[in-house]
Design a protein around this ligand. Structure first.
Ligand code: MLT
Length: 202
């Protein structure tokens, strides 16, 4: 997968896995990683699917309607990419914290829904429930921060509440931050994510 890896100065910190929104690329969220933890290593990945020229992490049939077969295939592909990257760049595979926005948050949530040890934690900006009706793996010790908009046309409030409950049901610790806005990624929610992260790692 096309990507950027930047080695951090503190190897005890998690590797920040950056996952962009639809139409973005691996450069988009680099500034966020710098805010959340400038000492951590960064692995920023470009989605392998193109929708009218716009990179995404998996196909969709319509706005908010996911192609589940492709979602499963692409989630596995990303999980394997994390395995091989950890060897190539010599980082701890069991210590990856995803930071995803929109479609990138959805593939991060899908990693959590499908693989027990894919992620140590995740900061999910405006995620949806990636799949319903499946049993989640054990997510004890997995820490998750969700930033959601009270007025998000792509992701209704109940979607974020459902996602929190499903992840908690699998044992994860989940905090949700509400922004009185829509689907956009705001500086307020990035700062809230940083505070949450600092609470864990400092
Ligand atoms: C998705 O397709 O993952 C969601 O609808 C968010 C987005 O617009 O990318």
């Amino acid at each position: 997968m096309q990507h950027i890896f930047k080695e951090g100065t503190n190897k005890d910190k998690p590797v920040l896995l950056l996952l962009h929104g639809t139409g973005g690329d691996e450069n988009d969220l680099l500034a966020l990683a710098d805010i959340v933890d400038p000492t951590a290593s960064v692995l920023s990945v470009r989605g392998n699917v193109l929708e009218n020229g716009m990179p995404r992490f998996f196909k969709r049939l319509a706005e908010g309607v996911f192609d589940i077969e492709d979602l499963i295939f692409r989630t596995n592909e990303l999980n394997q990419f994390l395995d091989s990257s950890s060897k190539e760049y010599n980082f701890d595979r069991s210590n990856i914290m995803a930071i995803g926005y929109s479609n990138g948050a959805n593939i991060a949530a899908s990693l959590l829904f499908h693989y027990e040890n894919a992620l140590k934690g995740a900061i999910l900006h405006h995620p949806m429930v990636p799949r319903r009706g499946i049993e989640l793996p054990q997510l004890t010790d997995t820490k998750i921060f969700i930033a959601a908009g009270t007025n998000d046309p792509i992701c209704p409030q109940q979607e974020s509440v459902d996602l929190k409950e499903l992840l908690e049901g699998a044992g994860a610790t989940v905090e949700i931050y509400w922004e009185n806005r829509g689907h956009q990624l705001t500086m307020n929610e990035v700062q809230a994510a940083k505070q949450w992260y600092d609470g864990i790692y400092k």
